[in-house]
Design a protein around this ligand. Structure first.
Ligand SMILES: [Ca+2]
Length: 328
């Protein structure tokens, strides 16, 4: 007498191929697991697993795969994962550091201290380097803010540097940073023209960790500088910091975004020098004002992004790094 469908063996107590034992019965393999965004697959040993659709991952294909993020959808629409990209402006990226990308890092054998941080910009094989001393290397590790990994600077010598070629009149700069709220000036990012000791660019958390200070200074303008200070910038929580070099009434200006409005400098806002030695976590010409905090992502576009593009990049960074905070 033949066994019922799904059973085999002398006593018909084994499951046939394509069926698995589930709650005492042999059922179709694909009935036992909900592969939300994928298909149920059967392995040689009769176990099942989900083969996820592109962009999805996890045992039940219910999470976004590395390199993808949850797409914001309307109520009633199916959830989706979209490619983890800042926006269509990505083609104008001159620098893209992403702390969450495993393949962007070369770390020491301890598994955490950063030796090299590569840019995600395609065909850019150069990297930020921490130099030789172990005590000067920031650490790449997870945080309580999100499941993603950040690069942590301990406030004592930690820094990364690289020459960045930015022959551009305008740019848009975004940094995801959380500086500790201590009574000291902290350098998030700085740049010096190669071969000089003067600042080309400084981004600092200062004044009890509550203000953000941006300065652009070039040797050519005799030490004068354009300064933009934002009071009460939320450096005690992770923030997206933005600086845009654009034009306002025929005058080049810096625009720094404080979360709701743009604050502009009154100066002449010189462009980047051709080559800039860019430093993360330390002021370029000295070991002073080191950052104690963490950096998630750095984006530099080689053009001044229009307002709608800035908003898209900002939204991308917020959804990626600050999922529990307001999207403002
Ligand atoms: Ca250190």
């Amino acid at each position: 007498m033949p066994c019922p469908e799904g059973y085999e063996g002398e006593a018909c107590d084994q499951c046939s191929f394509g069926f698995v034992m589930h709650k005492g019965a042999c059922v179709l393999a694909c009935d036992v697991k909900d592969c939300g965004n994928g298909i149920c697959s059967l392995a040689e040993d009769n176990t099942t697993y989900c083969t996820c659709d592109v962009g999805w991952a996890g045992a039940a294909c219910d999470g976004c795969a590395p390199g993808y993020r949850p797409k914001v959808v309307m109520i009633g629409q199916e959830s989706a994962c979209e490619l983890d990209e800042p926006s269509e402006s990505a083609k104008n990226l001159a620098l893209w550091l992403d702390a969450d990308r495993e393949d962007s890092f070369q770390v020491a054998p301890d598994g955490e201290s950063v030796l090299r941080w590569y840019s995600r910009v395609k065909e850019d094989t150069t990297y930020f380097s921490s130099g030789g001393q172990a005590s000067a290397r920031p650490l790449r590790k997870g945080s309580e803010v999100s499941a993603r990994k950040w690069v942590y600077f301990d406030g004592v010598n930690d820094h990364l540097q690289r020459v960045v070629d930015l022959k551009t009149a305008g740019y848009s700069l975004f940094v995801v940073v959380q500086a500790s709220a201590t009574d000291q000036v902290q350098t998030v990012l700085s740049g010096v023209k190669v071969g000089t000791i003067l600042h080309g660019l400084q981004l600092q958390a200062t004044n009890l960790g509550k203000d953000l200070f941006f300065r652009h200074k070039l040797p050519a303008n005799g030490g004068a500088s354009d300064d933009v200070t934002l009071a009460n910038y939320p450096t005690s929580t992770a923030a997206v910091v933005e600086v845009h070099r654009g034009v306002l009434g025929n005058q080049p200006v810096y625009q720094v975004y404080n979360g709701s409005t743009y604050v502009s400098s009154a100066g002449t806002a010189p462009a980047f020098p051709e080559e800039l030695m860019l430093h993360l976590g330390i002021r370029g010409d000295s070991d002073t004002f080191p950052l104690e905090g963490r950096i998630g992502e750095v984006l530099i576009f080689s053009t001044t992004l229009p307002l709608d593009e800035r908003a898209k990049v900002r939204d991308y960074l917020k959804s990626k790094w600050m999922p529990l905070q307001g999207r403002g």
